[in-house]
Design a protein around this ligand. Structure first.
Ligand code: AR6
Length: 179
């Protein structure tokens, strides 16, 4: 585990569905009705009551984030963030990805949540380049934390050791040296 920004940001390698926090962020699609990747894993672990709640939401556009319960997950809530599909980089993907992180943090703060975990949104099925995504994620989180008290703790959850090393490398470059 690496921590930085005064201990408010951590980088861990884990299956996000196992983490006991106030909210895990889901890399959802615009239907908010589930899919593959981390979305599929979260829905499997949360049980059928999650998709039942999601059906009441009516979907969300890319860059948005929506709060639901966590049901059978150890996490109390799920924040469903819709990232951009990578189309080569000239279709506003960077701004949409930053918005997905920022809106997730806004939703968490509005709900009074202290601890939030993010997967690397859009870097799987949606094809966003991983290093570029890590820079956007970390810069957006830093800017948010500089201006807001909540959440107290933000965790970047990498699914593979290589993804974890990449996040630590990016943190070293742009945010100062992680412990
Ligand atoms: N824990 C943590 N991270 C994970 C896990 C897990 N259990 N499983 C995968 N990842 P992706 P996207 C990582 O494809 O690119 C779905 O079908 C994975 O290694 O899950 O935003 C949705 O319904 C990668 O780094 O999401 C959408 O249609 C990251 O999570 C679409 O995929 C994101 O990969 C969204 O695509």
């Amino acid at each position: 585990m690496a921590t930085f920004l005064g201990g408010r940001v951590e980088i861990v390698r884990a299956d996000i569905t196992t983490l006991d926090v106030d909210a895990i962020v889901n890399a959802a699609n615009a239907s908010l009705l589930g899919g593959g990747g981390v979305d599929g894993a979260i829905h499997r672990a949360a049980g059928p009551r999650l998709v039942a709640e999601c059906r009441t939401l009516g979907g969300a556009p890319p860059g948005e984030a929506t709060l639901t319960g966590g049901y059978d997950l150890p996490a109390r809530h799920v924040i469903h963030a819709v990232g951009p599909i990578w189309r080569g980089g000239d279709a506003g993907e960077d701004g949409t990805l930053a918005s997905a992180y920022r809106r997730s943090l806004e939703v968490a703060a509005e709900a009074g949540l202290a601890s939030v975990v993010f997967p690397s949104i859009s870097t799987g099925v949606y094809g966003f380049p991983k290093e570029r995504a890590a820079r956007i994620a970390q810069a957006t989180i830093r800017a948010w934390l500089e201006a807001h008290e909540l959440p107290h703790r933000v965790i970047l959850c990498a699914f593979s050791p290589a993804d974890r090393d990449l996040q630590v490398e990016v943190a070293r470059e742009i945010l100062g040296t992680p412990a």
